[in-house]
Write a protein that binds this ligand. Structure first.
Ligand code: EPZ
Length: 443
């Protein structure tokens, strides 16, 4: 098992290009199941979640070749060669909840899908009832058998367009919207999804599906209309940059009082985060005019001390839950009391106890944490527990005095490509070490 060893106190300085988005790439890769024509995907990041999706699609008859373009960026050349398989097995699904994304596309195209029900997860309960509700509204017959979801199209073999409300207790669902929207592209008739997720990853998926011949309107708003078509064709699509990686790097510059230039930065998708950073005292200055608001260049600096703020996570365009842990790390060093409330995953606070081990002053009550700024954090051995919590610990380690060892960084590898190399290229002292079994804490 690998660990990161960080010597804190070095400023993050330099220039970096933001990678392609994991959370965009995963449902987009699943959507290749909607056609047997060739698909080219560009800027898919090299992550363990992506490798798991490649493995899953391989089991479902999809052949994927990885190449690089002239700039050294990854290209995936993808084609479905065999459409007989329909079972996404538990041993892959349990490694990656986003496997649920294959359900809608496989059902719509193959008439049947069997996908293992994803289990619990470190960030709390993650039900899939809304995915199933949406597909059932399209006429799917759904049963549960041996821990698997079995979905079949209605008699006639095609899903049927419908109007549905897809909101739950905590608002819209991102992957649920992706699943139902993808499935509805091949349904007979028109589908309206009300309370659809508005995340930029949904817009990216809809743009790709429309380039394949789908007829989707309204993606990015809470009401998406999909007029079903008979077939979809191949496409060449570039995945949007990763707003969460960008936001994490901004926090890295902020927490170390660094000076960072980010290229390929999706500022248009980061407004809640950048406005919060400005309020905390981290300046984000766009450089040049830039034609594409999702691919800008910007400079991140911290002119003075960090100030406390209140943050409440919300569905997009509100403050993203996937940046909550990283901002909490930053606020640990801000003057005064900050209040962080989690409205998407109310249990997503695994970083709190670990930050406390580094000297942070945090009081949690339910889904709210009060952060009282301290003058310094101290390096300590800590445990990575989920992807974004771990990113928060890396940030804390960059700013802490002394050595921080973060165990179980396979969580980080799920969502950040070569994070240690990228941060080291910006001046951080961070290295990966293999831990022996004895040195890994129990649990
Ligand atoms: C996506 O997960 C992301 N994953 C998550 O990123 C992200 O935290 C989350 O959206 C919220 O932005 C990917 O894109 C691969 P949801 P998803 O369905 O779609 C409830 C990361 O760190 N809900 O939008 O699974 C749910 O419990 C990951 O990169 C239901 O009640 O999240 C939550 O409270 C972690 N029923 C809320 O909706 C359902 O059927 C939003 O979850 C589905 C969800």
């Amino acid at each position: 098992m690998d660990a990161f060893v960080i010597e804190g106190g070095r400023r993050i300085n330099g220039r970096l290009r933001v990678n392609g988005s994991k959370n965009s790439a995963l449902p987009i890769m699943a959507a290749v199941l909607l056609t047997d024509e060739p698909i080219t995907l560009r800027d898919v990041p090299d992550l363990s979640d992506i490798r798991n999706m490649v493995r899953l699609l391989g089991e479902l008859g999809v052949v994927i070749a990885r190449e690089t373009d002239t700039a050294g960026r990854p290209i995936f050349c993808i084609q479905t060669m065999d459409e007989r398989a329909s079972h996404a097995r538990y041993d892959i699904v349990r490694t990656m909840r986003a496997s649920i994304c294959v359900l809608g596309p496989m059902l719509a195209r193959r008439g049947r899908a069997r996908v293992s029900l994803p289990g619990g997860c470190a960030i709390g309960q993650r039900p899939v009832d809304l995915h199933l509700k949406g597909l059932q509204a399209l006429g799917a017959r759904i049963t549960l058998e041996d821990g698997d979801i079995i979905a079949e199209t209605p008699p006639g073999g095609r899903l049927i367009g419908a109007t549905m409300f897809l909101g739950g207790a905590n608002g819209s669902t991102v992957l649920g919207t992706a699943n139902v929207m993808s499935a509805a592209t091949l349904a007979k008739g028109t589908t309206i999804i009300e309370c659809a997720a508005c995340e930029p990853e949904i817009v990216d998926l809809a743009n790709m599906l429309n380039s394949m011949g789908a007829r989707i309107e309204g993606a990015g708003s809470p009401r998406i209309t999909i007029r079903g078509v008979e077939t979809l064709r191949g496409v060449d699509h570039t995945v949007i940059p990763d707003r969460i990686e960008a936001g994490t790097l901004m926090c890295a510059a902020g927490i170390t009082a660094g000076d960072l230039i980010l290229d390929n930065c999706p500022l248009d998708a980061l407004m809640a985060a950048t406005e919060t950073l400005e309020a905390i005292g981290v300046a984000i200055d766009p450089i040049g005019s830039g034609d594409d608001p999702m691919r800008r260049t910007c400079r991140v600096t911290r002119p003075g001390t960090l100030r406390s703020v209140q943050i409440t996570t919300q569905p997009h365009p509100g403050f993203p839950t996937d940046l909550q842990a990283q901002f909490m790390a930053l606020l640990c060093l801000a003057e005064g009391n900050s209040v962080v409330t989690e409205k998407i995953f109310p249990e997503r606070f695994l970083h709190v106890a670990e930050l406390q081990r580094m000297g942070a002053s945090l009081v949690r009550q339910g889904a709210t944490v009060v952060v009282t700024g301290v003058e310094r954090l101290n390096g300590a051995p800590v445990m990575a527990s989920d992807l974004r919590a771990s990113a928060g610990l890396v940030l804390a380690g960059l700013a802490a005095e002394g050595t921080t060892t973060i165990n179980r960084v396979y969580h980080i590898d799920r969502g950040y490509e070569a994070l240690e190399h990228r941060l080291a290229s910006l001046g951080a002292s961070i290295r990966r070490e293999k831990m022996t079994t004895e040195s890994v804490p129990a649990g």
